[in-house]
Design a protein around this ligand. Structure first.
Ligand SMILES: C[S@@+](CC[C@H](N)C(=O)[O-])C[C@H]1O[C@@H](n2cnc3c(N)ncnc32)[C@H](O)[C@@H]1O
Length: 284
């Protein structure tokens, strides 16, 4: 059946507004039209009467179906943008978040004058932090770990697409044991959401993003920070830096943990939403 873009818009608004509200539905439609047709809102307005081709009708119908199941648009389209770069994402990796861009930006700003840094990213997921640092700093040597083989496949493909040389390693940080001080920087955005926080989370996240990337037990919420800080004690060079994204609910606890483990200049920083979300600490 012939359908114009004007009719397509009406259908999207009526089917998705109950789930997303009018404003977010319009934003989704803009994003999807940009992806498929490279159209802006103005293009849509000017082309209301254009017929949607049969293959595009099929494609838009499938996308609409996924969005109505609250699948995040980044997974539906298979891509997102992070720190100015396009990253492919699948449901094997967390969708990189804007607050993590703040962490990357902090590192790029603080470390701008250093050349050839040895950097380890723990829990790399899509490779967003590792690859952005590789591209944003002066010739760093970047290694990235993840316990998920499937995530590493996505990360490797992103590194290739973005021409960023990163050394990826399948490694469980909780069982890792490093001795030699080699790293100038260890960075991590580890799983940090307590299982009890699930109740406050949107179904977009809960039903679609990998639990492995998100959750820690309520009884040991700082498990990853403790272990990574222990690794840092052995394998960071003198004056090496730890950078973490943290659960905003545990800022002071994470600062205390790192200070008690002997780190100095432990700095807690807010993200652009005003939440205490990042920590830098220096090994003595
Ligand atoms: C919060 S996600 C962060 C992903 C990515 N770095 C980002 O910021 O978008 C945490 C990542 O840690 C990985 N992970 C979970 N447990 C791990 C473990 N024991 N050892 C290594 N990586 C782990 C998950 O697979 C996931 O990719």
């Amino acid at each position: 059946m012939d359908k114009t873009y004007g009719v397509l818009k009406q259908q999207w608004m009526s089917e998705l507004t109950p789930y997303y509200g009018a404003q977010e539905t319009e934003a989704l439609l803009r994003r999807v039209l940009d992806f498929r047709r490279s159209w802006s809102s103005l293009d849509l307005m000017l082309n209301q009467k254009e017929l949607v081709s049969p293959s595009d009708q099929k494609w838009f119908a499938l996308v609409l179906e996924d969005l109505a199941k609250l699948k995040p648009v980044q997974y539906v389209l298979g891509e997102t943008y992070f720190y100015g770069h396009r990253f492919a994402v699948t449901t094997d990796v967390l969708i990189p978040r804007p607050e993590t861009e703040d962490l990357v930006d902090w590192i790029v700003t603080q470390e701008a004058s250093c050349h050839g840094l040895q950097i380890l990213d723990i829990g790399t997921g899509s490779g967003s932090i590792a690859i952005s640092l590789k591209l944003g700093l002066s010739d760093p040597k970047v290694t990235a770990w993840d316990v998920s083989e499937a995530a590493l496949i996505v990360a490797k493909s992103n590194a290739k697409d973005l021409s960023a040389e990163v050394f990826f390693v399948l490694q469980n940080v909780l069982t890792a044991d490093l001795e030699d001080p080699v790293w100038d920087i260890i960075v991590s955005n580890p799983p940090y959401v307590c299982v009890s926080e699930q109740a406050e989370m949107r179904p977009h996240v809960l039903d679609h993003e990998p639990g492995l990337a998100l959750f820690v037990s309520d009884s040991d919420p700082l498990q990853f920070y403790q272990k990574i800080a222990e690794i840092g004690q052995k394998s960071l060079v003198a004056k090496g830096r730890l950078y973490f994204e943290i659960n905003a609910a545990f800022g002071p606890e994470t600062v205390t943990l790192l200070s008690e483990m002997g780190y100095r200049n432990v700095t807690l920083k807010n993200d652009t939403f005003g939440k205490p979300r990042m920590i830098c600490a220096v090994k003595v």
